[in-house]
Design a protein around this ligand. Structure first.
Ligand code: DQA
Length: 144
């Protein structure tokens, strides 16, 4: 089974970006962490990141067409992108929304997600471990 782990804007700067909020784990570390979790779970994990909304929409279309499960950190698009939400709504396999930080403890504009209503589950505030937990759930769902 293949799972796509998709990341939105500024997540390529993990480790450099606001480390007090997002930690010191770099984007390269995050990719390695997800790939290693995939090996442990016996699933193929492909991790991508983009700062371009249309590129993410295209990847979501690809996931919809191929019925691939998605672990998605939409980053800032979480809070306002109806285009990303509409693309998520077309997915046929599970979708887990992940946030590294606890968005509910932060600024009010981060308390709203336009994605959550079309996701199967949401993980926030558990750091990059949230991605691993999401991959575990997706792998269990597929086999269980
Ligand atoms: C984030 C939270 C968002 O509010 C923010 O815009 C991000 C990252 C997180 O992983 O905690 O870029 O999705």
């Amino acid at each position: 089974m293949k799972v796509l782990v998709l990341n939105g804007p500024n997540l390529g700067r993990l480790g450099l970006r606001e480390p007090d909020v997002y930690g010191r784990t770099t984007y390269a570390d995050l990719v390695a962490l997800c790939e290693s979790a995939g090996r442990d779970l016996g699933i193929e994990v492909e991790v991508r990141q983009t700062d371009f909304e249309g590129e993410l929409v295209g990847w979501l279309h690809e996931a919809a067409d191929q019925a691939v499960p998605v672990v998605l950190n939409p980053a800032a698009w979480t809070h306002y992108s109806i285009a990303v939400r509409d693309a998520c709504a077309q997915l046929v396999a599970p979708l887990v929304e992940v946030h590294i930080s606890n968005v509910h403890k932060r600024e009010e504009f981060r308390h709203t997600s336009v994605i959550s209503a079309v996701a199967d589950g949401v993980i926030a505030g558990l750091g990059v471990r949230g991605y691993v937990l999401a991959l575990n759930w997706v792998a269990d769902r597929k086999t269980g």
